[in-house]
Ligand binder design. Sequence first.
Ligand code: PLP
Length: 384
Amino acid sequence: MIFLDAAATTPVRREVLEAMWPYLTGDFGNPSSHHTLGDTAATALASARDSVAAVLGCRPGEVTFTSGGTEADNLAVKGIALARQAARPQLNRVVISAVEHPAVEESARYLERFHGFAVDVVPVDGTGLVAPESLRAILRPETALVSIMYANNEVGTVQPVAELAAEARHAGVPFHTDAVQAAGWLPLDTGTLGVDAMSISGHKLGAPKGCGVLFVRGRTRIEPLIHGGGQERGRRSGTENVAGAVGLATALTLAQARQEEQRRRVAALRDAFINAVLTGVPGAVLTGHPTRRLPSVASFCFPGTSGESVLLELEREGVVCSSGSACAAGSDAPSPVLTALGYEAEVAQTAVRFSFDAAVTEEDLNTAAGAVRHAVESVRALGG
Ligand code: PLP
């Protein structure tokens, strides 16, 4: 099997599992306990926080461990907007882009349904990019928060985050970015990016599912969503997932260390794969930006097919990939991301996304490109 669905999830790396192992077994203490086992766990948690902070170029106190990317996005969007509204009730609008993950989009809709917020959606162009001028135009004196993702999970387009964050800063509005897909591939220095909050998820990086991080800058006010014993400096109560935090920190550090070399190698393989698919499959369309895209994502529409049938055919040929986001898998509805990019519903329904991890090889991608050609041909021969 050739696994080309790394944007959905990745296996846990051996080094990560080895780093986690002690905290799942002998050193199983609760970091809040006042005995040696507790101290050992607290030390491991602090060290994981230090490692994450080193990658993000921030202070350890600005790192909050969460149960994953979804919780980090919820905490950022709801937590910052609600804290700002509580301090100044006229701050009752949030800005998101038209291509956000549901974790951001639905958090904004929740604010709209239950807390009197209006949601302003900044459009993207046909490649999925948000123009800084479009953000500037949509900002209002009542805007409490801007949340625009770093890299898109369906088409891989990478936003000009530093420029967008600068627009928000200029208007005095905190800026959150969902960096779940960017982490491990793109620079994450929060100072250079100029973001006030940033979400990361462990399982996209070779750490287990169910662990994530939210960076929140310095004095940015944030209302917790989970109340209880006041762990994570009151921002996220609940006994910490010590092994998960250690795993995430290890995976992030490893990915960061190899980033430049890895990014170049995988981007070159991606480009060769895109080229092979575009030349081998008549009518194939690359979705997303041709160059400003994640090294790890190649996404297409194959007009005259159904994306789901192509996926089934590919799996029969030993290639595992997806139609877009794992959350929408199996759904017949056209992807809101592709709709936002301007694709008609019948073309959007033909989407297939190939996403790689750092271990991908040229041979895998050559085989996959051949399988794509066959799969699309057979689906078309059967009338889509
Ligand atoms: N944001 C983006 C861009 C994602 O791709 C995902 C996962 O697919 C998430 C958020 C949610 O992360 P998690 O699966 O850790 O909840």
